[in-house]
Write a protein that binds this ligand. Structure first.
Ligand code: NAD
Length: 452
């Protein structure tokens, strides 16, 4: 599947100082199902395969194999009934060689340390792939936000932000929204942080988070940026293969921020949403679902289930729908072997982080289904987060057209680099995306070395 892209450089500087071997080795038939489905293991296997294909030194591989910092905070919050609940929060800071740690905050009842480690490492590679001066981080709280009232969510978010203290900072570690969090969550985080610094500093720390509302200093175009980036990947793929998107059937798993904006933008271009689903169920309509009306239904009902203009289907039926493009935009490891065999699409564009299990990926690859990998496909969010951070830092406000134009040019440039790198080195797009990012990180380590 892949060949050596460049020979390893002679060992010197940083390469010479680390003798530690990588803690995680590629899959074998002997690993347990539990280990095989561990997200950090999956991420580590992907990175190791790419690093070996492009000749990254064992020392740089060893540095990147574990996050720099892993923080777990247990904290109490008073609920509306007067009772106190304990919560477990995480912040994993993977790497900050190229710039401050950067990454989302996830509120989900299955959040765990290994998931955070995987997601944090993907942020490092995503930023490096785009040549954005950010590192990688991820965090969140293990709880189901749908089970709490708004004022409780505010207290949980503020208490967690306060507990994080100096572990986040506008030039140190900058959170953003992810699953279960949104602009409101970011505004609470920002406001809590602002109130913890001296009053003369307040207005210089807006950029402590990105993905804020416009009124709180957010950027035009950030809300839809991840979905817009997914669509840029699709339009570039269509151009390359001579396809017209008008009338092309597509399906989206997850109808939250990423999934709903992808569906809205693609539908506007003439493509037809034939199926979607979320934590509440799946629906289909071969004539097309209207993502705007569906969005209004989700606002009211909290799920796509029960939408009048769609037929209720099972998860199995969803994966077997007749569609050319599939955008997974929910959670990780959703495409296993069974799903990969069932899918009838030509293209999978990973809106979610880590949606494809390596066992599913092998099947898709053998069947000739192209995958545009997460670190490229869903990178529109971090690109516009970077623009938001820059606007805050410079006290500027860019209009929507400027943000969208910059995002489009950056996505097109990076997609073209990945395409060329993949074809030059006979690599999949996933391996090529990692390859570009890893080479940038390796150059940084080679030039700077490890102090002392
Ligand atoms: P969100 O909370 O807005 O939406 C998540 C969606 O997934 C919801 O529709 C939810 O119902 C659905 N879902 C949850 N569990 C499910 C299950 N078991 N089966 C089917 N659907 C399920 O989150 P989001 O911000 O849209 O994030 C979605 C994915 O995109 C995540 O992997 C996230 O890490 C990734 N991502 C998000 C951004 C961003 O800017 N928000 C950027 C890059 C990557």
């Amino acid at each position: 599947m892949s060949k050596q892209a460049s020979s390893p450089q002679p060992s010197h500087g940083v390469d010479a100082v680390i003798a530690e071997s990588l803690p995680l080795q590629p899959t074998s038939d002997t690993v347990s199902v539990l280990e095989r489905d561990n997200l950090f293991r999956v991420a580590s296997m992907q990175v190791k395969e790419a690093a070996e294909a492009v000749g990254i030194s064992p020392a740089v591989q060893a540095i990147l194999a574990q996050p720099k910092n892993e923080l777990i905070i247990n904290f109490p919050v008073r609920m509306s009934d007067g009772e106190y609940h304990m919560f477990k929060g995480y912040r994993v800071q993977h790497n900050n060689l190229l710039g401050p740690f950067k990454g989302g905050m996830r509120f989900h009842h299955e959040a765990n340390l290994d998931e955070m480690k995987a997601l944090a490492s993907w942020m490092t590679y995503k930023s490096a792939l785009h040549d954005i001066p950010f590192g990688g981080a991820k965090g969140g709280i293990k709880f189901d936000p749908r089970s709490y009232a708004k004022e409780e969510l505010e207290r949980i978010t503020r208490r967690f932000t306060h507990a994080l203290g100096a572990n986040i900072g506008p030039e140190w570690d900058i959170p953003a929204p992810d699953v279960g969090t949104n602009e409101q969550t970011m505004v609470w985080m920002m406001d809590t942080y602002m109130n913890s610094v001296g009053s003369w500093e307040k207005n210089s720390v807006h950029r402590i988070v990105t993905g804020k509302s416009i009124a709180a200093g957010g950027s035009y175009g950030r809300r839809e940026a991840t979905g817009q980036g997914v669509v840029h990947c699709i339009t570039e793929w269509a151009l390359e293969h001579g396809h017209n998107l008008d009338g092309v059937p597509f399906m989206v798993q997850g109808f939250g921020n990423v999934g709903s904006f992808t569906a809205r933008i693609l539908s506007k271009m003439g493509a037809v949403l034939v199926g979607t689903g979320d934590a509440g169920g799946y629906i289909a309509n071969p004539e097309g679902l209207n993502p705007h009306k569906l969005g209004e239904h989700v606002e009211r009902a909290g799920t796509v289930a029960g939408y009048g203009n769609g037929r209720t289907i099972s998860r199995e039926e969803f994966f077997a729908l007749d569609a050319d493009i599939f955008v997974p935009a929910a959670l990780e490891l959703e495409i296993g072997p069974e799903e990969a065999k069932a899918l009838r699409c030509k293209l999978v564009v990973e809106g979610a982080n880590g949606p494809t299990h390596p066992d599913g990926e092998r099947i898709l690859h053998d069947r000739g289904v192209q995958i545009i990998p997460d670190i490229l496909a869903n990178s529109g969010g971090v690109v516009v987060s970077y623009y938001e951070w820059l606007q805050n830092k410079r006290s500027e406000r860019w209009d929507r057209a400027e943000v969208q134009d910059r995002l489009e040019r950056r996505m097109q440039r990076t997609i073209s680099q990945v395409r060329q790198y993949a074809s030059r080195n006979d690599l999949t797009w996933r391996m090529a995306s990692y390859g570009i990012a890893l080479e940038r990180l390796q150059t940084g380590y080679r030039e700077r070395g490890i102090w002392p």
